[in-house]
Design a protein around this ligand. Structure first.
Ligand code: HEM
Length: 182
């Protein structure tokens, strides 16, 4: 996992709970290198799991809720890399249907060895988009949080539901995104 995700997690935790909490979770996670991450470095996913578990233990919040909030934080930060891609004119569904291309072109330029997820559009109507989320990591709650951030950014409130699914590519998560009346 890219160091960027870890540095954003620390930024998010500091904003919500203060700098001491960042130190506390780094200590509790018993990391091999005392929590020093560079954004372009790559680190074992297990370290992110250890930090997230330490965070849930410290806050009492569930892991999905924690990932959801962190995902929204990530979107608010990541949107600054490419504000022209996330415009109200494009609309949420076009943005989400283009996210694989965005990850594979723009994000790849910055992080050639990133392990990026894939989002496959399964069904789209004016009000509903069904996206398949494929990843080697169980981070659908993070994806939901990132999508919520994108929805708020383009001013299109949504309701989302996740369900486990499988096809010829293996297991994945089906995310149903429904636009609410704004
Ligand atoms: C609606 C927009 C986006 C969605 C839904 C999304 C979703 C995700 C998710 C769920 C992950 C976690 C990795 C996984 O699931 O395997 C991820 C990773 C990542 N995304 Fe995105 N993302 C979006 C936009 C962006 C933008 C704008 C950037 C610009 C920098 C970005 C850069 C990254 C990077 C660097 C990673 C880490 C990959 C790694 O750890 O190897 N994403 N994204």
């Amino acid at each position: 996992m890219k160091g960027l995700v870890f540095t954003e997690l620390f930024r998010h935790v500091e904003a919500l709970h203060g700098a001491n909490m960042v130190d506390d979770i780094i200590e509790a996670a018993q990391l091999p290198h005392n929590g020093g991450y560079t954004s372009i470095g790559s680190y074992p996913f297990q370290e992110a799991v250890a930090l997230l578990v330490a965070l849930t233990q410290a806050t009492g919040k569930s892991l999905p809720d924690t990932l959801d909030g962190f995902g929204t934080h990530c979107f608010k930060r990541w949107v600054n890399y490419a504000p022209h891609f996330f415009t109200q004119q494009r609309g949420l569904f076009d943005i989400l249907e283009g996210i694989d291309d965005f990850h594979e072109t723009e994000v790849r330029k910055l992080y050639p060895d990133a392990e990026l997820p894939s989002f496959r559009s399964e069904q789209r109507t004016a009000r509903r988009l069904i996206l398949g989320y494929y990843s080697c990591k169980p981070l659908s709650a993070l994806a939901v949080g990132v999508i919520k951030g994108a929805a708020a950014h383009v001013n299109q409130p949504v309701h989302m539901e996740c369900e486990p699914a499988a096809n010829e590519r293996g297991a994945y998560t089906r995310i149903t995104i429904t636009l609410l009346d704004s």
